[in-house]
Design a protein around this ligand. Sequence first.
Ligand code: XMP
Length: 525
Amino acid sequence: MTAPDLRSGGIAVLDFGSQYTQLIARRVRELGVYAEVFPFDAPLDTIQRHAPKGYILSGGPNSIYEDGAPQLQAEVLNAGAPILGLCYGMQALTYSLGGKVAGAAHREYGRADLTHHGSSLFEGVPDTSTVWMSHGDRIEQPPAGFTPLAVSTNSPYAAMGDESRGLYGVQFHPEVIHTAHGTQILRNYVLGICGCEPKWNTGAFIDDTIERIRQQVGEDGRVLLALSGGVDSSVAAALIQRAIGERLMSVFVNTGMMRLNEPEQVAGVFGTGEMHFTALNASEEFLSALVGVTDPESKRKIIGKTFIDIFTRFASEQAGAGVRFLGQGTIYPDVIESAHASKSSKVIKSHHNVGGLPADLAEKFALVEPLRDLFKDEVRRVGEALGLPPTLIWRQPFPGPGLGIRCPGEITWERLETLRQADAIFIEELEKAGLMRYDSGQLTAQCFVVLLPVKSVGVMGDNRTYEEVAALRAVATDDFMTADWARLDYALLARVSNRIVNEVKGINRVLYDITSKPPATIEWE
Ligand code: XMP
């Protein structure tokens, strides 16, 4: 029996460049309906690969009359399914149907009061409610057949629709939490107007994915997976293991640049159960490749290359043993970003991801990527449902190059050991204060220590000391693109500082980094 197709009959979100596009898809999924993001100009057969029952057009930074402004494709309009345009999406819909858009005399940014006139889009929404606006242009004349559905102070057509054709536009952003009844409006559209069935949920996803992995890998196929101990590779491993048992072989590469006890923790979770788990201690290989290297980009490149060399060697040996598949913890935002990646953006840092394997290796193996369709919060829910420990699921992000990029200057084993101890103290105190569990919107999204290659004079007992400096870094952020330094409690900072200078040999001074991103980055290298 084939399982019902979880992805069919959902919503296609067309991206016109809004910073909220992924949020729209997540909101739809929270209603239990699969939503997928496509560039606004993706070919129709791509957009329709899962037979969506409706479309949502995102906002965007352009003005619809500008040269090269993204336009709604006629094919989408002609597909006959309902369409909801948000902000710029509404303007694109209006323009493509012959209505008029113009610059508003008063721009609307932030909160606005919306009064609706009663329609299927606003069912269950109070007559007047708060919405979040962010626009310069507005609708001057809706296309033929459309009627106004709501007004705000500055927008006579804050919402409009042609209910007979299932076409709607709203000037505000229902996807952001500041729009008080945004979820209800999206629910009305997705479940009511489009008639989508809410069948996208964690349990169904797990069953479906296990089935797909079994089909892909076959009766006797074996999968090799690089396990970093991060959320994505761990959840991918747990899912593949559920599907094919010991035919999954996971490998953990200890780079020597992990945090205190991290290799033991990973082995504790994955090396004790039924999983076929190999831990490779490659610390020496990494550290000898890094002798004398202080340039941040060189460090990143060397660490990335060494990882790939080690993994390729291991994989080639295993390929001889009949392994034909590589498992990877690629998640949906990675997939979207690589599809939409801007070719002109500058390299600030070369990211090294355990998932980013070289093309020739990827060619030798078929990829098994069970999380390709999931957002991070969905990955965490799957991990919870599979029984992975909360410490692993709610782990803060840890960069691929590890402590190697938190150790400015030359990386030596002694300096790494010093850093590990200081970092462990900071983490321990943050954990006691309940600040290490990763949640978006919280005070600390990421916290760590950086060991500076600077010596300063201190005094201990009656003796002079001359030792290195630890910088504490803690940031609040939702997307890691911008970040603010965390306003940690002074008493907490005092405890951490005191413990580090007393307990860690090699550090006699502690600083707190009070720089936001930009202009700094989160990591120091
Ligand atoms: P920056 O320092 O660029 O970091 O502000 C943003 C986020 O990315 C993480 N980071 C990395 N993650 N491989 C990774 O997997 C890398 O090479 C890498 N460099 C930075 C960083 O920890 C922060 O969460």
